[in-house]
Write a protein that binds this ligand. Structure first.
Ligand SMILES: [Zn+2]
Length: 492
């Protein structure tokens, strides 16, 4: 958390209105009314279309989507955000193409009949699985963690050589207090590397969520599986899955065992270890000779999870946030009332691969950190009826213009929350900025009205509520303009 050095108790100016207040309001509102759910939905349809292949960071499809966004910014008169006059900030980003749905088969044995599981109902192929075919005995290894300094080892006294592991994501407890010490073990990449190191042939990862934030390991084949598959594997072991899972968490006690089942996993992939990806960065230079040295950063991740088996369109996650920001950028560029501060728009790449894009941006900033008023992040802002701004209670000076705009023109339910220290691994681009010492706000939606298909083939434009996207873009436009023109606060 980064406090303001200068706090004002009297923030009376809405959008920095003064003198010609009524004319200014007219100018602001005429642009405000050009923001339409129709355009937002069109832009979301563009980004989620098959030609971008699900925008997997590092892939040609993502690159094409990034170029489309850069072109939109250019057409709107938003300038390139990099000092060399370009929009694209590159960083290394290995990725894998998943070439088929692969297969997961429970082989005959014990009281089991052979069972071929179905894509996408029962499993998703691993986004970074090696190509090939592995089969073997299944061993349940809990959370797949060897942490001697924490007195915890899921691999203790269990032979996993040449076996297929059944493994949980996350950490073996629910309390939050010791997250810091466990953080290194919470990464999928750690778990995969540890499994390979212990000699496992393959992995069934519990939870049917496509995820490119994993390691490609030579010869290591894996898939993400549903509860149905987990239940089948537990069936006949004399153990109950929920009891075992909860027992490990309750006591932080490993409970690994051989399941006396055989499975076969196959996958067909192509790995590109030397690929690169990019952030798209645009900028509207401030109009005030003094305040223009300060910037507000608006960010959303543009990348999604690609096409592991079929197209995963990534509409809510996060074409929604991307097009919300794009619409706000267009409105701010067209507005008759100019932002006094500089506004920077960033469409992050590599978020789904492990927050690569936001990490690149804090390591190679396009604006001096001490001159950034705040960073505002949008992730999955396209399904609901209300808004939530996290950290809004910690930064009332920042929150106020959004609350004012909402009250005056949007009339949505708007909540905010206090800043909370994140001891675990950062999971959003906002958390990366937060750790680097920026003030951050995250705009989200509340009261979900449609089913959320998280990292799923059905996360398409039907999963969106365009009306909330229109209002999110309007809220951003008014709120950011208000912040950009607020003279009572300073970045430093
Ligand atoms: Zn996301």
């Amino acid at each position: 958390m980064k406090p303001f050095k200068y706090l004002s108790l009297f923030l009376f100016s809405f959008i920095g209105l003064n003198g010609n207040a009524q004319n200014q309001e007219k100018d602001i509102l005429s642009t405000f009314h050009t923001i339409s759910s129709h355009d937002l939905l069109n832009d979301a349809a563009e980004l989620t279309s098959a030609k971008y292949g699900g925008r997997l960071s590092g892939s040609p499809g993502y690159q094409a989507a990034a170029e489309w966004v850069a072109n939109q910014l250019k057409k709107a008169g938003v300038k390139p955000g990099l000092s060399d006059g370009t929009y694209l900030q590159y960083f290394p980003n290995a990725y894998s193409d998943v070439l088929s749905t692969g297969s997961v088969i429970l082989l005959e044995g014990g009281n089991n009949m052979r069972k071929e599981y179905q894509f996408p109902e029962d499993y998703f192929p691993g986004s970074n699985s090696a190509s090939g075919n592995v089969s073997g005995e299944v061993v349940y290894v809990g959370f797949g963690i060897s942490a001697p300094e924490l007195g915890y080892d899921d691999y203790k006294n269990i032979d996993v050589k040449g076996k297929i592991l059944l493994m949980e994501t996350g950490l073996p407890f629910s309390g939050k207090d010791s997250l810091q010490r466990w953080e290194p073990y919470s990464y999928h990449r750690y778990k995969f590397q540890q499994a390979k190191k212990m000699g496992a042939a393959g992995l069934l990862y519990i939870g049917k969520i496509a995820n490119p934030n994993t390691s490609y390991l030579e010869g290591f084949v894996y898939a993400h599986i549903s509860e149905t598959v987990v239940e089948d594997l537990f069936n006949g072991t004399g153990r109950n899955y929920a009891e075992i899972h909860n027992g490990i968490k309750k006591g932080v006690l490993p409970n690994s065992f051989a399941m006396n089942k055989k499975v076969e996993i196959s996958a067909s992939t192509k790995h590109f270890p030397d690929s690169r990806s990019c952030n798209v960065i645009g900028m509207i230079e401030g109009s005030d000779p003094v305040l223009k040295s300060e910037a507000i950063i608006l960010g959303a991740h543009l990348d999604a999870v690609g096409s592991p088996g079929c197209l995963f369109p990534g509409a809510l996650d996060n074409a929604s946030g991307s097009v919300d920001i794009l619409a706000a950028a267009k409105a701010l560029a067209a507005s008759g009332v100019k932002p006094a501060r500089t506004v920077i728009f960033v469409f992050f790449g590599g978020e789904e691969c492990g927050l690569f894009g936001s990490t690149k941006m804090v390591e190679s900033p396009v604006w001096p950190k001490e001159k950034v008023l705040c960073m505002i992040n949008l992730d999955m802002v396209g399904n609901g009826t209300g808004f939530h701004i996290s950290n809004g209670k910690t930064y009332p000076e920042l929150f106020k213009t959004f609350a004012d705009a909402n009250e005056k023109y949007l009339h949505r339910e708007l909540n905010s929350s206090e800043y909370r220290v994140n001891y675990g691994r950062p999971r959003t681009d906002a958390a990366v900025f937060d750790k680097a010492g920026y003030r951050t706000l995250s705009l989200g939606t509340t009261v979900t009205v449609k089913t959320v298909y998280y990292h799923h083939p059905l996360d398409n434009t039907d999963a969106l509520t365009p009306e909330i996207m229109e209002d999110a873009a309007k809220l951003l436009y008014l709120g950011v303009l208000g912040l950009a023109n607020e003279k009572m606060i300073r970045a430093e």
